[in-house]
Design a binder for this molecule. Structure first.
Ligand code: PLP
Length: 368
């Protein structure tokens, strides 16, 4: 038996005819930067998220960076971020010259603990980055209440939550703006790097459009010092095909998650992911916690089952932030998660039979 953590090739196998047709359409068009294919994806994804505006950009990190730049955030400013997140959330802030200010998670949901939010606000705070980690929406209503009371922007890092619902509303429509990644392994994944910004803020959308394209609206008229971060039309064409499958593929993930949740219910050394009743997560990752995490990885590896750790080194302990003054012990809950978190195989091409086989192997570990 071999069950990989994620099988990306299977996505191409399932959609080969449509993806090949999309490829040929773009090749034959003779148009390879922005243009109709990107416009069409932007319209379709804005519609899917229930927002006015979508701007296709190069990747998820740049989506977040362009939002922050579009809001004029820069040196001297502070932006509140979750202490436990993929490091891109922090890097987007650092790239503007502003300072990421970390807040610990609620360990049951893995998302930012709203109680820590208000305490982290200073006179320099300009925005809060709300990450919907592992596909589970952050608790946006209290985040928005705190943020509004201090006049802060709320930016969703929605890179792991395509299609997830918070109180019936789609992620990407919940704050002032959202940054998306379409990295191949994400719930909506391209065949390469890609990203987008969604927002109902028309002025921000206009600024991000200009920023992504050399600071120019009209070719060779550069209004501001912009960047080059444009969604590739080929990726846009692939994403249009895959957007049509997003809900169905998310439902396949939900089926696997239900199998896991049930089978793990009485294994004493494993804590299952907790889902508050006001969210409908999309299971980008299925992350358990266990004090015996490392033994479990070894046991599953010997049985041919792939697992990963998201994330083994929290941003504040990474070499990249070694000069920022944080040390081991600065964020104990985040560090606990880094020691205990384990992501089990998950994806739209993992069959329920394979999901059950993963569970049989975990149960065997429990009996040892
Ligand atoms: C993947 C990811 C990003 C970055 O996306 P890229 O497209 O790889 O730049 C940002 N934030 C989170 C939470 C992510 O998972």
């Amino acid at each position: 038996m071999t069950i990989p953590f994620l099988d990306l090739k299977a996505a191409y196998d399932e959609l080969r005819i449509e993806l090949d047709a999309a490829y040929h359409r773009v090749m034959e068009s003779g148009w390879y930067i922005l243009g109709e294919e990107v416009d069409a994806f932007e319209r379709e994804y804005a519609g899917y998220c229930g927002v006015q505006e979508c701007i296709g950009v190069g990747n998820g990190l740049e989506a977040l960076h362009l939002i922050l730049s579009g809001y004029g955030i820069g040196p001297g400013d502070e932006v509140i971020v979750p202490a436990n997140t993929y490091i891109a959330t922090w890097l987007a802030v650092s790239q503007t010259g502003a300072k990421p200010v970390p807040v610990e998670p609620d360990v049951s949901t893995f998302n930012i603990d709203v109680r820590g939010l208000a305490k982290a606000v200073t006179a320099r705070t300009k925005a809060v980055m709300a990450v919907h980690l592992y596909g589970q929406p952050a608790d946006m209503d209290p985040i928005l209440t705190v943020a509004r009371s201090y006049g802060l922007k709320v930016i969703e890092d929605a890179a792991q939550a395509h299609g997830a619902l918070y109180k019936g509303r789609r992620t990407g429509s919940l704050g002032d703006a959202a940054g998306w990644s379409f990295y191949p392994g994400k719930n909506l994944g391209a065949m390469g790097d890609a990203g987008a910004v969604t927002t109902n803020d028309g002025e921000l959308a206009e600024r991000v459009r200009v920023l992504r394209n050399y600071g120019s609206r009209v070719k060779y008229y550069n209004e501001i010092k912009g960047f080059n971060s444009r969604l590739d039309p080929l990726q846009a064409a692939f994403l249009r095909v895959k957007l049509g499958r997003l809900d169905e593929w998310n439902n396949r993930r939900r089926t696997i998650a239900a199998i896991y949740q049930e089978a793990l219910s009485d294994i004493s050394f494993i804590t299952r992911p907790f889902v508050p009743d006001w969210t409908d997560p999309v299971w980008h990752l299925f992350v358990i916690r266990s004090p015996k995490r490392n033994e479990l990885i070894e046991h599953l590896r010997n049985l041919g089952i792939g697992t990963l750790i998201h994330y083994p080194i929290p941003p504040h302990l990474s070499a990249a932030y070694s000069t920022s003054g944080w040390t081991a012990g600065s964020f104990p809950l985040t560090e606990l998660l880094a020691r205990e978190a384990l992501s089990l195989p998950m994806g739209p091409h993992l069959t329920p039979e394979s999901g059950k086989a993963v569970m049989q192997s975990v149960v065997k570990a429990a009996l040892k």
